[in-house]
Design a protein around this ligand. Structure first.
Ligand code: ZN
Length: 160
């Protein structure tokens, strides 16, 4: 069975940056299970997997435009420390939920200087090329309910 829209796909994958550093990997663990064709993976990776089948190995370099998008420097903002009242500690590298000009989202703390906190609302992988090594472990038809929900049920998926 080939990978196509509304099929459930199990993959093992390793994601590296252009320097060869491993950013994420399923090696040694359970495969990633996703519903194909509904945007559960970044667009460039879904495109590369389309039409492949169990046992196929895929190497693909995904540009930022088809990954987590280009970096948007306007999402780097300085916020007064008091905006984070209730947080005892603020340190560079922390990720927290915050309101921004673009609505609520995850931000990373870049720097804390006196009373000013610099936060970055970009996805941690925005602006980066993503190098995926993928092996397809299984492909099956999704159930009508999975298609309706837009995600996989059972092992590796939602259990509700
Ligand atoms: Zn569901």
């Amino acid at each position: 069975m080939h990978i196509a829209a509304h099929r459930v796909v199990h993959i093992h994958y390793t994601l590296t940056d252009d320097g060869g550093m491993v950013l994420d990997s399923s090696a040694g663990g359970d495969p990633l299970v996703y519903l194909h064709g509904v945007g559960n993976l970044v667009p460039g990776l879904e495109k590369a997997l389309e039409g492949k089948q169990r046992g196929d190995k895929v190497s693909v370099t995904v540009p930022p435009e088809e990954g987590y998008g280009p970096r948007d420097e306007s999402l780097v903002q300085q916020v007064p420390r008091r905006a984070f009242k209730g947080l005892r500690e603020l340190k560079p590298g922390m990720r927290l939920h915050a309101e921004s000009a673009h609505g609520p989202g995850l931000v990373s703390v870049v720097a804390v200087t006196g009373d000013l906190v610099t936060v970055d609302g970009n996805h941690a992988l925005a602006g980066q090329r993503l190098n995926f090594q993928v092996e397809i472990a299984q492909v099956r038809e999704a159930t009508a309910e999975e298609v309706l929900h837009g995600h996989v049920h059972g092992a590796g998926g939602h259990s509700h």
